[in-house]
Each structure stands twice: as structure tokens, then as C-alpha cells.
Design a protein around this ligand. Structure first.
Ligand code: VGL
Ligand code: ZN
Length: 200
């Protein structure tokens, strides 16, 4: 359901998924997303909101081995980024992470890339265990990991609220971010901005 009297106020059965807010995707990082740092204060508000209501928060992270297949030297499209246990792979120090927040690592196998937080991880199982039926998704980047995470959430039967002001795109091509958002909405995601949620 994407329109009508859909109430996006976070409640029991909802979880927040914060996608890849890691130093390498932020200004100064090896695969910096333009204005990527602007998502942090918005995400911090969502984290506070969910955590304050006792609702689960999950963090995903890109967590690649040093010679990952997505890196240019291995024939992939990207500069080296988010190599496990390096400073570039760490979450931004500005992200307010409650103690004990679960972290989902993806793209950990050398020969396989994974843009979705569900791919090759136990995220689906973890959400099921908690009785989650709807996920709120924001982070980096709109046109890769957010898009693919949202796609998998929807095809796994979850409802999705896309936090549009908590996302920024790589935009390899000019309109990639805009196209990704359209695609997520077409697939059934509800796209909201923060006040739409906090007003309830
Ligand atoms: C991502 C490009 C390469 C992302 C990850 O997190 O969106 N983008 N690896
Ligand atoms: Zn990556």
C-alpha cells in the first residue's frame, strides 16, 4: 500500500534498517557519496525514535575482503572501499548507535558482491524472529544498497517505508538516485520524510 490512510508512525512490528553509514561512503572516503553526511542527523532522529519506543534497529555494513571482486583491480566497478577492519569500513563516528545494536555484514566473500542487506546474511531470519512485518530503510546509497535492500524486503513480504530524506545516491549516471526511488515506490515502498513520521 503506497497511498491513502497509511500511517507510517513506528509501532510494534516495525524495525529500522540503517544502511551502510560507513566512512568510505562519506565525504573524504574512497567511494564518497555526494552529500552523504547529510543523512546522519536525520538517521539519528529515527534511531532515537525507534530506540526510545523499544523498537529494533539494525545496522548494515559493506564488509569486503582486501581483493574483493567489486574493486577495479579485480575487474569490478568500484575503487577499493569498506575493507573489513579498516577505518574506512567503520561506521561514522557521528552516527548515534545505541549499545548492543545488531550489525549485519555483507559482501564478505571475495568472489561475490552483495548490495542487499539480506543477501548472504541472516537479516531475514532476525526480523522474522522479532515478528517484524514492516521495515523503515534509510542510508547509503539510494541507487545501490538501499535499492537492493528495499527490493529484497518487499519480495520477502515485508512492507517498506523508504526514508527519502535519510538517503543519498552515488549517481554514476545523473538520475540514478531518482530512478531508484521511483523503482522502490513502483514495487510498493511508501516514501516519507521525517516530519511525516514524527507528526504522529
Ligand atoms: C555500495 C557501491 C559499492 C552501497 C556498496 O552501500 O550502496 N555501493 N558497494
Ligand atoms: Zn561495496
Amino acid at each position: 500500500m503506497t497511498t491513502g490512510k497509511f500511517n507510517p508512525a513506528p509501532t510494534t512490528g516495525d524495525a529500522l534498517i540503517v544502511v551502510d553509514v560507513q566512512n568510505d561512503f562519506l565525504p573524504g572516503g574512497s567511494l564518497a557519496v555526494s552529500l552523504g553526511d547529510e543523512v546522519i542527523p536525520v538517521l539519528n532522529r529515527y534511531i532515537t525514535l525507534f530506540h526510545g519506543r523499544g523498537l529494533p534497529v539494525f545496522l548494515t555494513r559493506d564488509w569486503h575482503p582486501p581483493e574483493h571482486c567489486s574493486f577495479k583491480a579485480q575487474g569490478g566497478p568500484w575503487p577499493p572501499h569498506c575493507v573489513a577492519d579498516t577505518p574506512g569500513a567503520e561506521f561514522s563516528p557521528s552516527l548515534d548507535i545505541p549499545a548492543g545494536t545488531p550489525v549485519i555484514s555483507k559482501g564478505t566473500a571475495r568472489r561475490k558482491d552483495a548490495y542487499s542487506g539480506f543477501e548472504g546474511t541472516d537479516l531475514d531470519h532476525r526480523l522474522q524472529e522479532l515478528g517484524i512485518t514492516r521495515v523503515f530503510v534509510g542510508g547509503l546509497a539510494t541507487d545501490y544498497c538501499v535499492l537492493n535492500t528495499v527490493r529484497d524486503a518487499l519480495s520477502g513480504g515485508l512492507r517498506v517505508v523508504l526514508l527519502r530524506d535519510a538517503c543519498r545516491a552515488v549517481n554514476v549516471q545523473d538520475q540514478d538516485g531518482a530512478r531508484a526511488e521511483q523503482e522502490m515506490k513502483r514495487l510498493g515502498a511508501l516514501s516519507v520524510e521525517f516530519p511525516a513520521v514524527s507528526a504522529h
